[in-house]
Design a protein around this ligand. Structure first.
Ligand code: FAD
Ligand code: DHB
Length: 388
């Protein structure tokens, strides 16, 4: 097989990149190790920044997001038994949309297939060759047969555990990592939303987050030990923990319902630089991870591929590669800002096992400052909606 751009991974980064390239008349093939049913059912992110919504809309894949997503103009911070609203729209003129990542994936897969895009599911044994030459290639197994794609470029959109980052030449690489030592326990619940807006709660027992999915499904998270197991948490234990952490002086309580999905994710910050070596580029979680508190992961994947698509378009239309060569620097400016915000939100709202009494008081005081100072609330709001 021969194509212009070989893309590894059909997450938001890989699918959107393939679609943006198609809109610019550039051919690509996407290789995905899982099945279509699997990628369309994996529960992950939920919050889309305004800029992400704009990119999806301009790419012609925003119709269902607009119709079914929920536009949110504010978020709440809860601590000390009280909830405090941050008015995102008043402070920034922008809003966010709650629309699940797997729905974005469904929209992108449908758009790629409608345009006869080449999307190969359930491939295995992906290996990269000659990425430091002008003729890179990818070998893999599909439907029991060995296959190979020759391409001009290979783009690693295969997430944190993929094969493309390890294929980067080691010279000159620098990785940055922070492990937080805790995780999030996430559940999906059959019940009406408990709140019109997301609630980020700090409690001495640990962080909790109230989010939504649809008028009949809630998405809830609480801080946990990343080595814990979902089987240790009966539904009764989960509700007791959520009620304790979301305690409210005004009688508000989180709505209970049937829990139909449970999962634990670890929290880490990670950036791997540079994001390019020769003809191999990384985008999305293959190059960087944020803890989910700032809701930035999928948004960063989208902004990476937006920059990369512009670079590839310039290369094919004008025969110039200055944008491609500037990709790492352009992408990293936004990535580091999102890394900072996600780290800051995580530090502000979680309990840390090694925190001294002084550090705990500083955390409480900082929360008070954020909800009482318009300047600090604006800084949070700007970062949350991605207004930078
Ligand atoms: P991925 O979505 O990880 O996609 C990579 C794809 O590559 C996968 O489909 C994988 O199967 C495939 N792949 C891997 N290895 C190979 C291989 N060797 N060969 C072929 N294919 C391969 N982000 C937000 O913006 N907002 C949120 O609210 C938010 N909440 C989150 C909540 C949770 C519980 C989690 C886990 C994440 C959350 N995120 C959030 C982060 C977001 O989900 C990720 O940042 C996003 O999925 C990154 O997209 P990606 O395309 O880079 O990678
Ligand atoms: C959701 C996930 C997040 O990481 C976040 O900060 C807000 C909402 C969600 O899955 O709904």
């Amino acid at each position: 097989m021969r194509t212009q751009v070989a893309i590894i991974g059909a997450g938001p980064a890989g699918l959107l990149l393939s679609h943006l390239l198609h809109l610019s008349g550039i051919e690509s093939i996407v290789l995905e190790s899982r099945s279509r049913a699997d990628i369309e059912a994996t529960i992950r992110a939920g919050v889309l920044e305004q800029g992400t919504m704009d990119i999806l809309t301009n790419a012609g894949v925003g119709a269902r997001m607009k119709a079914e997503g929920a536009l949110h103009h504010g978020v709440e911070l809860a601590f000390g038994g009280r909830r405090h609203r941050i008015d995102l729209t008043e402070l920034t003129g922008k809003a966010i949309t709650v629309y699940p990542q797997h729905e974005v994936i469904k929209d992108l897969v449908a758009a790629r297939l409608a345009a006869q895009g080449q999307l190969l599911f359930e491939v295995s044994g992906v290996q990269l060759h000659g990425v430091d030459t002008a003729t890179p290639s990818v070998s893999f197994v599909h439907g029991g047969e060995a296959a190979r794609i020759d391409a001009d470029f290979v783009i690693g959109c295969d997430g944190y555990h993929g094969v493309t980052r390890p294929a980067m030449p080691p010279q000159g690489r620098e990785d940055f990592t922070r492990n937080y030592g805790f995780g999030w326990f996430g559940i999906l619940v059959e019940s009406a939303p408990s709140s019109d807006e997301l609630i980020y709660a700090r409690h001495d027992r640990g962080f909790a987050l109230v989010s939504t999915r649809t008028p009949t499904v809630q998405r809830l998270y609480f801080q946990c030990d990343p080595a814990d197991h979902v089987d240790n948490w009966s539904d009764d234990r989960i509700w007791a923990e959520l009620h304790a952490r979301l305690e409210s002086n005004d009688g508000w309580r989180v709505n209970e319902g049937r829990i139909f999905q449970k999962g634990i994710i670890g929290m880490r910050s990670f950036v791997s630089t540079p994001m390019q070596a020769g003809r191999l580029f990384l985008a999305g979680d293959s190059a960087h991870i944020v803890p989910p508190t700032g809701a930035k992961g999928m948004n960063l994947a989208v902004s990476d591929v937006n920059v990369l698509a512009q670079g590839l378009e310039q290369y094919y239309r004008q025969g110039r590669d200055d944008r491609l060569q500037g990709y790492t620097d352009a992408a990293l400016r936004r990535i580091w800002r999102a890394e900072y915000f996600s780290w800051w939100m995580t530090s502000l709202l979680h309990t840390f096992a090694d925190a001294t009494p002084f550090q705990r008081e500083m955390q409480r005081a900082e929360l008070e400052c954020v909800v009482s100072s318009r300047a600090m609330a604006t800084a949070l709001a700007e970062n949350y909606v991605g207004a930078f």
